[in-house]
Ligand binder design. Structure first.
Ligand code: GLN
Length: 479
């Protein structure tokens, strides 16, 4: 059994045939991950005690002839912005370097109830702000496909762990592309579900109206299984949706004949080079599978970056106010007065990107600027959502690039925040509209760098999204 290429089905079979127990498998997965992790730095820390306790519960259920759940014994990597009871959760920030949460995120509770094993916590951009994982207070992650390149961000550690084989699946978070873009850069599947599909309870808030938890996997089926396990209404998150959770794997029947797909003109006009060639090749594959492809227009796209960076910084400036040195935050030791303590704690604790966003967000919310920036951005957000609503009157799914370029070199964009922000151009629209979207591998450049294809569907249309991605993956056109 090769631990680095396991799928959920392979784990189920190994347990079912008694080839391995969940405890044996977990020990082997931990050994492998701890040995391989220094190559990329995908994990910040491991959680062997918790992992082995969960594995023991799975073995016990098996011994009693009970159904151990759809994720039984599956090693899962968890982005370190999702809280885990008793396991350090740092958000890749100095401020939370020693924070051990007293509770679990709902997604974690559900994932473990389904038999999943939390192997460890993965590195990311500080408080999920970034597109390269270089904003972590604990150093960057390397892309396992090309070690001198970034894995994307902000969920770069989760994407890298799945690509490297140190986890079978992973949980990440996406506010403006942080699951899809690293999935694309590392050559794995990454899914941002409909806003409200997965409870945000226990996901450290960055921009609450945009934050999502979602899965990474090496196959579309595995991503669908993981999403099915964590999705659904949660009384602890009032924005979680009542809509029943369908059996996503039942939709993976390969039948995409007659599906209408839209290619947004505004997304393709500036796409260049191999990223463009690979996307068009992917679209040809979908046509051969029987999909009808047409051009569509989404005119508000040009305003998306400005809109996103106003709304997300405004929300972040409010959400990050809680890290004040009084409660769970690491407190600066060198202060004489209370206000000095706040200043020193936040000044020493936050990295440059968080500070930039707190300042920008405070500015756009301030008296006299609120109408010009924040309110305007909310109106434009409605226009972007309307573009999607109109598109989905004509087509069943939208096919688009994930990123203007494949994984870039470490350090390449670090000193240029604008260049970093612009790299989110194709992912933030879906986030602003709250529709489900995903990245599925679509080929590699001549240099061997992975490129993903983005598929977006209407709210709660995950079934169609998975069906299309699965048919594409199974066509064998991409390897
Ligand atoms: N790259 C985007 C940002 O920096 C998206 C981050 C995210 O989705 N968490 O805000």
């Amino acid at each position: 059994m090769k631990i680095e290429s396991l799928t959920i089905d392979a784990v189920r079979q190994a347990l079912g045939t008694r080839q391995a127990s969940a405890a044996e498998l977990t020990r082997e997965a931990l050994r492998f991950a701890e040995r391989e992790n220094p190559r990329t730095g995908a994990y910040l820390h491991f959680s062997p005690e918790r992992a082995l306790a969960a594995a023991a519960r799975v073995d016990e259920r098996l011994a009693h002839g009970e159904d151990p759940g759809p994720l039984a014994g599956v090693p899962v990597a968890v982005k370190d912005v999702i809280v885990t009871k008793g396991v350090r959760t740092t958000c890749a920030s100095k401020l939370l370097a020693n924070y051990v949460p007293p509770y679990d995120a709902t997604a974690i509770v559900r994932m473990e109830a389904a038999g999943g094993i939390v192997l460890g916590k993965t590195n990311c951009d500080e408080f999920a702000m970034g597109s390269s994982t270089e904003n972590s207070a604990f150093g960057p992650v390397r892309n396992p496909v090309a070690l001198d390149r970034v894995p994307g961000g902000s969920s770069g550690g989760s994407a890298a762990a799945v690509a490297q084989g140190t986890a079978v699946v992973a949980l990440g978070s996406d506010t403006g592309g942080s699951i899809r873009q690293p999935a694309s850069f590392c050559g794995v599947v990454g899914v941002t579900p409909t806003y409200g599909r997965v409870s945000r309870y226990g996901l450290t808030a960055f921009a609450s109206s945009l934050d999502h938890i979602g899965p990474f996997a090496r196959t579309v089926k595995d991503a669908a299984i993981l999403l099915g396990a964590i999705a659904g209404r949660d009384p602890a998150d009032s924005t979680s949706a009542e809509a029943p959770v369908p059996d996503y794997t039942a939709a993976l029947d390969g039948n995409v004949k007659g599906l209408k797909l839209g290619l947004p003109r505004e997304y393709l006009k500036d796409l260049k080079g191999e990223s463009s060639d690979l996307l068009y090749r992917g679209v040809d594959v979908l046509k051969r599978l029987g999909c009808e492809v047409r051009e569509i227009s989404m005119p508000a796209t040009d305003y998306a970056i400005a809109t996103y960076y106003i709304i997300c910084t405004a929300e972040a400036s409010s959400n990050l106010a809680r890290y004040d040195g009084v409660r769970y935050t690491t407190r600066s030791p060198h202060s004489d007065t209370l206000s000095e303590m706040y200043r020193n704690t936040r000044g020493e604790g936050f990295g440059a990107e968080c500070k930039r966003r707190i300042m920008l967000g405070t500015y756009v919310l301030s008296h006299g600027y609120y109408d010009a920036y924040y309110l305007k951005a909310q109106k434009v957000r409605a226009l972007i959502a309307r573009d999607f609503a109109r598109a989905f009157e004509q087509v069943d799914a939208i096919v688009a690039p994930v990123s203007p370029f494949p994984a870039f070199k470490l350090g390449e964009k670090l000193d240029d925040p604008m260049a970093m922000y612009l790299s989110d151009i194709y992912t933030i629209t879906g986030s602003l509209a709250g529709v489900p979207c995903m990245s599925v591998p679509c080929g590699q450049t001549a240099e061997g760098l992975p490129v993903g294809m983005q598929i977006l569907t209407r709210h709660f249309g995950e079934t169609t999204m998975f069906r299309l991605a699965h048919a594409f993956e199974q066509s064998g056109a991409v390897n």
